[in-house]
Design a binder for this molecule. Structure first.
Ligand SMILES: NC(=O)c1ccc[n+]([C@@H]2O[C@H](COP(=O)([O-])OP(=O)(O)OC[C@H]3O[C@@H](n4cnc5c(N)ncnc54)[C@H](O)[C@@H]3O)[C@@H](O)[C@H]2O)c1
Length: 347
């Protein structure tokens, strides 16, 4: 089995590679990434990159036809991966996340026997009502990032008519330790704040709902989706990935982290504006179709692993929100140094 993983040199990619290497031991795994964050390593252990059989450095927008046609299974992770980057680089977000992602599949001559897994996002539900959102509910993408995910999903549904099995994993917000940790994700930010400042400061009023998922459990869902037969949910399936147990109001999440890490103060900005991006998500479809790949991580273990991993990062700055552990800061830094141009191509 030949597996291609685009975007393997980011936050989620290394955890997926490590997991697939263990659970599908005979697989030939190729990573394909342009390497924006390749140097943002946050571990001194063996890198998951070295578990790939092959690493190709390249841009999704220019992927080679002969190269890409040789894989049985394709995991599409590569993207400009959050709202702040999407806001700053809206046009490029569409070019990479939407057109670049589809370019990979357009280059494949015969899609019929392929399995394709797309890293989508629950953020496409946007704001609105208290009822948990089902896959069949209307989407309300509020940002360039969320819109790019909707655009890809619509195209994937059409492509499924050509015979591949395609799964759009609408992931909850990720958290947990990785070879390339990001601190621009809510739980990771809370743990880093707790360690660096001894307190967690919630900037909004803390009322928004946010479903979370540990990166390890995202990797397990990816493994399930890669091997999903068409008779388990159809040739195209969009599925919310997460769990009720990991659906928090932000203020409750902050207090939960404060309870796990002793001596940490929690400050909620009660006068703050509520974050527009509040959503609860219905995970019934995921439970029904992937009963053996449900999230297993606990919040306490995930917070302790993060605390352990973050404490080993040499000299994590107290202003880590504008450091190399935040994806937007890395990209703007690469542009400022003329290493990337404004289209996010290497100079
Ligand atoms: N982290 C989350 O909370 C979360 C939640 C839902 C969905 N997702 C999705 O999961 C995927 C992975 O997220 P992540 O947290 O690992 O993001 P990340 O930013 O850490 O990694 C993205 C990777 O994609 C690569 N990439 C970007 N543009 C590229 C291009 N044009 N050509 C080749 N490679 C390119 C980057 O170099 C990087 O290594 C993304 O699609 C993201 O939207 C993430």
């Amino acid at each position: 089995m030949k597996i291609l993983i685009t975007g393997n040199l980011g936050y989620l990619g290394p955890v997926v590679v490590r997991h697939l290497r263990t659970t599908i031991p005979g697989a030939h795994i190729t990573g394909y990434d342009t390497g924006y964050f390749a140097r943002c390593v946050t571990t001194d252990a063996r890198l998951a990159d070295t578990l790939c059989d092959e690493q190709v450095f390249g841009d999704l927008r220019d992927i080679d036809r002969d190269f890409v046609s040789g894989f049985d299974k394709i995991v599409l992770l590569a993207a400009i991966s959050n709202d702040p980057m999407g806001e700053r680089y809206a046009r490029v977000t569409d070019e990479i996340n939407h057109r670049g992602c589809l370019n990979v599949l357009d280059k494949i001559d015969d899609l019929s026997s392929k399995s394709i897994v797309f890293a989508s996002s629950c953020s496409m539900y946007g704001a609105g009502g208290d009822a948990p959102r089902k896959e069949t509910d209307a989407l309300n993408p509020l940002t360039a990032y969320a819109r790019s995910k909707v655009d890809v999903e619509q195209a994937l549904e059409r492509l499924a008519g050509r015979g591949p099995v395609i799964t759009s994993l609408r992931f909850s917000t990720a958290c947990g330790m990785s070879d390339r940790l990001r601190l621009d994700l809510v739980l990771n930010d809370f743990v880093a704040s707790a360690l660096v400042k001894g307190e967690i400061e919630v900037l909004s009023d803390g009322t928004p709902w946010r479903p979370l998922i540990a990166v390890k459990d995202m990797a397990r869902a990816t493994e399930w989706a890669l091997q999903r037969p068409a008779d388990n949910g159809g040739r195209y399936m969009a599925v919310n990935v997460g769990s009720d147990a990991w659906t928090y109001q932000i203020r409750d999440l902050a207090h939960a982290v404060g309870d796990i890490l002793p001596g940490v103060k929690v400050r909620i900005n009660s006068a703050g504006q509520p974050d527009k991006r509040s959503y609860r998500v219905d995970f019934a479809r995921f439970r029904a179709h992937a009963p053996d790949h449900q999230p297993l991580a606990t919040l306490a273990d995930t917070v302790r692993e993060l605390a352990d991993g973050i404490s080993k990062i040499p000299a994590l700055p107290s202003d880590f929100r504008s450091s190399d552990y935040v994806r937007l800061s890395v990209l703007t830094g690469l542009i400022d140094k003329d290493l990337l141009d404004s289209n996010l191509y290497w100079q």
